[in-house]
Design a protein around this ligand. Structure first.
Ligand code: CDP
Length: 784
C-alpha cells in the first residue's frame, strides 16, 4: 500500500550523519576528554634500541621527582604474573621488558604521576643499563643460520621462524604449470605502513577499590572481546570489568590489539586505587602499535598463449616483528590470503606462507582490509598486468577473458573459499566506459610516438568481508557472530544497542536507517548505542568491514522479530487475524482494507498498555547473527597517469572507481568510505613507508618522515557503482569500509607500470616515488 508521505531516512537515503552534529560542535567524547576525580597520569619509557639485554633498571631518581606516585617495571609486573601477555595470534608479548628489549619503542617502564608532564619528565630519570645485541630487521636475514635469536625466552624456539602454512592443491598446480605455454612472475614487497588513526590509543583505567569493579575507558574496536581477554589475562572476574569505548577517532585495525599501555594502566589503577590515564603521543603510536603489511611476495601465473589462466603459485614471507600479534582467525591461518586468486576463474592454486620474527614492532593488523586481503589483491592484480604485457594483450581483455562469470556464483575458489556473488564484467565495463578507455589508449599510443609517458592502470579487485561464519572464523577462540538489541519505548521511539563499535563510520545513522526500513520508526527516533560492554549485547567488534554484513544483518533480523510481534498487536487492535496484517513503511493494515491501519507508534504504546491476552508486555528483542558465509564486495578501478621523464614524477590525471557493495544503506556514507579508502590506497602507492636502518632504528616515527596524503596531493575521484546484492544478507548489503584500500594501490601502480612497461621495466615496489621511477628510467636509458 502506498502511503501519502513516504518515510524518510530509510535504506537508500543519503541522510546526514546523526553523529556529526556533536563532532562539528566540539562535543565529541574521546578517551582523552575523560577526566575523573583524583585521576593520575601514566607515561611509558620506551627502548631506544632494537635489540639489547637489560642488565638493570634503576628507578630511584624518577621515584624521587615530586608528583611521581609510582614507577612500574617488568620486575614488579612479574610479581603479579603480568610481565607477559598472550597475543591475538597465540604468541606471547612482553608487557614491560624484563630480560631483553626486542624492538625500538618497546615498553620498558611506566611512570604514574599526578600530572601528565611530571610523568613525562620522570622518564629520562630512569636509568636502564642495556647490553647491545646485534639486531635483524630483514626477515630473509632473520631466517639465515646464525642470525641473532630474538625470542630466546621461548622454550624450543631455536630460530626466528614462526610458522609455515599452505593452502590449495600443490599437485594440481604443478601439473598446470607443466602444461602452460607461458609463466609470468612477479617478486614484490608490500611495505610496512601504519593505520595512523587521527586519535592515538589510550585508556582511563578506573578500578574501584571498594567494589573491585574495573571501568576501562578504552580506544577499542572490539570492547566485548577485549573484556573477555582482559579477564583471561589479568585474572579479573569478567562481571567486574566494564569496557567503555567512547567516541573513537579512527581505528583502521590499529585499535584491535591489546597494548601493554592498557594493561599497565589497569594494573596501576588496581594497585594504587585511583584512576590512571594513558594516552599515546604520535611517535609512540607510530613506532610501537600495530603496523600493517610488511609482506614479501612472489607470485607466478601459468597461462595458455591465448591468455587463459591455468594456475597460480604464491610464496610469501611475512615480517611479523618481535612478537607475533597479527589479529586473525585461528583457522584459515594464512590470514585470508586465500582470495589470492582474485576475481579470476583459476582452476588451480597453491599458496605457501612463512612468518619470521625481526627486531621490529609487532602488528600485521587488518588495516582497512580483512586480514591480509590487501596484499593478496595487490599481488594478483600486478601479476595480471605483467601477464598482459608478456602476452601483448590488452589488460582489460585479459581480465574479461578470465573473470568468474555471474552465473558461476556461488563459486568455490581454488583455495577453498566460497564467493557468494559478483558481476565482475559489469563493473569493469562500466569503468572502461566512464573513463573513455578506447580514446585513452589512442591518446597513449600517440604520446608514446612522441616519447611521452602515459599509463592506464586497471585493478579488478575482490574483497572478502563480514566474518563469520562462526564455525569457520574466530578471534582468540571467540566465534565471529554479532548482535543487535532493539527496544521500542511506549512513545514509539527506540534504542538500538550493538555489539560492533563505530570509529567514525557513521553507525549511528546507517543502523538507525535499517530499523526505519524494517520497522517504520524514523531514523531520527532511533538512538544507537555501541561500545559499553555493560549496556550492549556481546559482539566481536568492528574491523575488516564486518559491521554491516554481520551487525547490520542482526539489526534487520531483530527488527523483523519485533515486526512479527507488532503484527500480532495490530491484529488485536484492528480486530483482525494475525495472518491478514500487512506492513508498509511503519503502518500495519488489514489486507484488502488499507484504511484500517495502525502506526508503529500506536502499536508501541499498545505493547505497554493494551495487549492481547497472554502476550508479554514490551516491544524489544535481541538477535545474535551468525552469517552462513562471508560476503564479497568487488569493483574495478582505473587510473590514468603521466610521468615526467626529467624527474620521474608521477601525476595522477584520473581515477575512476566502480564499487559494488550490494545494497547501499546510506549512499553518501558509502561514498565517504570509498573516498577514504582510495586516499589511503593512493598514499600507500606513492608516499607511505615505515622503514628501519640496519640497527633497527625506525624511520617513519613522525609525520615529517611518514608521509600521509592530504587533500593537496590526492587526486579527484570519479565514483560509480553497480549493485549486486549479497544473498547472505537480509537486505543484500555487503561491507564497503575497506574495499577501496584493498583495490586501489594496484590500480595506481599498474598505471605507472603501464606507462613504462614498453621500456622493459616490470616492477617498481611501493611507494612508487619519483626517485625510484627516475632511477628505473635511467637504467633503461629513458630518463631525461
Ligand atoms: O565494519 P565497518 O563499519 O568498518 O565497515 P562497513 O560495514 O563496510 O560500513 C562502513 C559504513 O558504511 C557503515 O556506516 C555502514 O553502515 C555503511 N554502509 C552502507 O551504508 N551500505 C553498505 N552496503 C555498506 C556499508
Amino acid at each position: 500500500m502506498a502511503v501519502e508521505t513516504p518515510l524518510k531516512g530509510v535504506i537508500g537515503d543519503s541522510i546526514k550523519r546523526k553523529e556529526d552534529e556533536r563532532f562539528l560542535k566540539g562535543r565529541g567524547n574521546y578517551v582523552d576528554d575523560i577526566s575523573l576525580p583524583g585521576m593520575l597520569h601514566m607515561a611509558i619509557l620506551r627502548s631506544p634500541f632494537a635489540h639489547a639485554r637489560i642488565r638493570s633498571i634503576k628507578t630511584e631518581a624518577a621515584q624521587a621527582l615530586p608528583g611521581v606516585v609510582a614507577v612500574v617495571t617488568g620486575e614488579l609486573l612479574a610479581q603479579h604474573k603480568l610481565a607477559w601477555m598472550p597475543t591475538l595470534s597465540g604468541d606471547t608479548q612482553a608487557v614491560l621488558a624484563t630480560d631483553k628489549v626486542r624492538f625500538q619503542g618497546q615498553e620498558v617502564a611506566c611512570v604514574i604521576a599526578t600530572e601528565p608532564y611530571v610523568a613525562r619528565d620522570a622518564l629520562p630519570l630512569i636509568e636502564v643499563d642495556y647490553e647491545l645485541l646485534p639486531a635483524v630487521v630483514d626477515p630473509w636475514k632473520a631466517l639465515e643460520q646464525g642470525a641473532p635469536l630474538i625470542r630466546d625466552e621461548k622454550e624450543g624456539q631455536t630460530s626466528n621462524h614462526i610458522y609455515h602454512w599452505e593452502a590449495g592443491d600443490k599437485a594440481a598446480t604443478e601439473e598446470a604449470f607443466g602444461k602452460a605455454d607461458r609463466v609470468v612472475s612477479l617478486t614484490s614487497f608490500y611495505p610496512r605502513c601504519h593505520p595512523s588513526p587521527l586519535e592515538t590509543c589510550g585508556i582511563v583505567a578506573d578500578v574501584n577499590p571498594a567494589t573491585g569493579i574495573a571501568t576501562l575507558y578504552m580506544t577499542s574496536q572490539a570492547p566485548h572481546a577485549h573484556r573477555t581477554l582482559f579477564a583471561i589475562v589479568a585474572g579479573l572476574p569478567e562481571e567486574k570489568i566494564r569496557i567503555i569505548s567512547p567516541d573513537i577517532g579512527g581505528g583502521f585495525g590499529n585499535k584491535v590489539p591489546i597494548y601493554p599501555g592498557y594493561v599497565v594502566a589497569t594494573a596501576a589503577s588496581l594497585l594504587i586505587g585511583k584512576p590512571v590515564k594513558w594516552v599515546e603521543d604520535r611517535s609512540d603510536n607510530l613506532i610501537s602499535t600495530g603496523f600493517a603489511r610488511d609482506y614479501h611476495m612472489r607470485g607466478e601465473m601459468a597461462l595458455t598463449k591465448e591468455g587463459k589462466m591455468l594456475a597460480l603459485r604464491v610464496k610469501l614471507l611475512s615480517d611479523n616483528g618481535a612478537f607475533f600479534a597479527d589479529a586473525q582467525p585461528t583457522k584459515f591461518k594464512a590470514g585470508l590470503f586465500h582470495i589470492v586468486t582474485g576475481s579470476y576463474d583459476l582452476p588451480a592454486a597453491y599458496v605457501e606462507a612463512d612468518g619470521a620474527y625481526t627486531n621490529k614492532a609487532p602488528g600485521g593488523v587488518a588495516y582497512r582490509c580483512s586480514f591480509r586481503v590487501t596484499e593478496a589483491s595487490y599481488l594478483i592484480e600486478r601479476l595480471v598486468e605483467n601477464a598482459a604485457v608478456e602476452l601483448q594483450m590488452d589488460p582489460a581483455d585479459l581480465r574479461l577473458k578470465n573473470f568468474i562469470q555471474p552465473e558461476q556464483f556461488p563459486y568455490k575458489s581454488a583455495t577453498g573459499f566460497e564467493y557468494d556473488s559478483g558481476d565482475y564484467p559489469r563493473a569493469l565495463k562500466l569503468a572502461l566506459e566512464k573513463a573513455g578507455y578506447q580514446e585513452l589508449r589512442k591518446e597513449q599510443a600517440e604520446k608514446r610516438k612522441k616519447g611521452e609517458l602515459m599509463g592506464i592502470g586497471i585493478a579488478s579487485f575482490t574483497e572478502v568481508v563480514g566474518a563469520g561464519p562462526g564455525k569457520k572464523y574466530d578471534i582468540a577462540g571467540l566465534r565471529m557472530f554479532d548482535s543487535a538489541e532493539l527496544r521500542v519505548h511506549p512513545t514509539g521511539k527506540a534504542i538500538l544497542k550493538l555489539g560492533v563499535k563505530s570509529q567514525g563510520q557513521g553507525h549511528e545513522t546507517t543502523f538507525a536507517q535499517i530499523v526505519a526500513s524494517e520497522l517504520g520508526i524514523p531514523a531520527s527516533d532511533v538512538q544507537v548505542q555501541e561500545g559499553d560492554t555493560d549496556n550492549t549485547p556481546y559482539g566481536l567488534g568492528t574491523y575488516a568491514s564486518r559491521s554491516t554484513p554481520v551487525g547490520g544483518a542482526a539489526t534487520a533480523m531483530v527488527s523483523r522479530k519485533l515486526r512479527d510481534k507488532a503484527k500480532k498487536i495490530a491484529a488485536h487492535l484492528l480486530e483482525a487475524s494475525d495472518a491478514d496484517i500487512e506492513f508498509d513503511q511503519g503502518r500495519f493494515f488489514v489486507r484488502g482494507a488499507p484504511s484500517k491501519s495502525k502506526t508503529i507508534q500506536e502499536i508501541a504504546f499498545a505493547a505497554y498498555a493494551n495487549l492481547p491476552d497472554g502476550m508479554e508486555a514490551g516491544l524489544e528483542g535481541v538477535t545474535y547473527y551468525d552469517p552462513p558465509e562471508m560476503t564479497y564486495p568487488f569493483g574495478t578501478y582505473l587510473v590514468v597517469v603521466d610521468i615526467d621523464r626529467g624527474t620521474g614524477q608521477v601525476k595522477v590525471r584520473r581515477m575512476v572507481a566502480v564499487d559494488d557493495c550490494g545494497v547501499r544503506i546510506n549512499p553518501m556514507i558509502v561514498e565517504g568510505q570509498i573516498h577514504g579508502g582510495l586516499t589511503e590506497g593512493f598514499g600507500i602507492a606513492f608516499m607511505e613507508l615505515i622503514t628501519f636502518d640496519e640497527e633497527g632504528n625506525c624511520i617513519g616515527s613522525n609525520f615529517g618522515d611518514y608521509l600521509l596524503p592530504t587533500s593537496w596531493e590526492t587526486p579527484k575521484f570519479e565514483i560509480f557503482q553497480t549493485v549486486t546484492p549479497s544473498p547472505h544478507h537480509p537486505i543484500g548489503a555487503k561491507g564497503v569500509g575497506e574495499s577501496a584500500t584493498v583495490g586501489s594501490p594496484a590500480a595506481f601502480v599498474n598505471a605507472v607500470m603501464d606507462a613504462v612497461a614498453h621500456l622493459g621495466i616490470t616492477n617498481i615496489d611501493m611507494p612508487v616515488t619519483s626517485d625510484k621511477v627516475w632511477a628505473a628510467l635511467k637504467e633503461k636509458g629513458a630518463a631525461e
